[in-house]
Design a protein around this ligand. Sequence first.
Ligand SMILES: [Zn+2]
Length: 208
Amino acid sequence: MKILALSDQVVETIYSPAVRERFGDVDLIISCGDLPYSYLEYVVTMLGAPAFYVHGNHDQPEDIGGGQVLREPRGWVNLDGKSIRVGPLILAGLEGALRYKPNAPFQYSEWEMRWKVARLLPGLLLNHLRYGRYVDILVTHAPPLGIHNDVDLPHRGFAVFRWLMERFRPHYLLHGHKHVYKPQHTRTRYQNTVVINVYPFALLEWEK
Ligand SMILES: [Zn+2]
């Protein structure tokens, strides 16, 4: 199973008909946020695979002309706060970044994120009863605290994501939010989980 993950920056070759040649065989598309909805809609239209996303802190309604405003990407399923089984995979998602502005959308304090995680737990426990595991791929916008993150508030990660990895052992945690250019800073193993900074895209194989 091939998975194309996107985040944070529009990639020219993906936003062109060449996307079919390069990624026409992907079985699943994931977005970790901070991308124009029109870009996401283009990709899902061209690839025709199931598509799941979480919002980033920079997501906002997009004027596409003719009086039309996109508030969500059409053809994509919002994964925030949900756990969904797709073929052999169990996905779960948590949107947003650490709060640095009061009342801004898609920003959460550590405590607010803990509350979001608490609401996700019954679904994860049910997965374990049904399938023998809690979650395969955790999709977030922000990184976990101390992994691929920065010290400044807007780019600091969530501590509760570390707890989620320790307790529920996802195979992957995919995140965006942090623009990095050195490959050694985009993949980190944390216990049973490979944490991947998707920026600006990543291609994964699921072989289990
Ligand atoms: Zn962001």
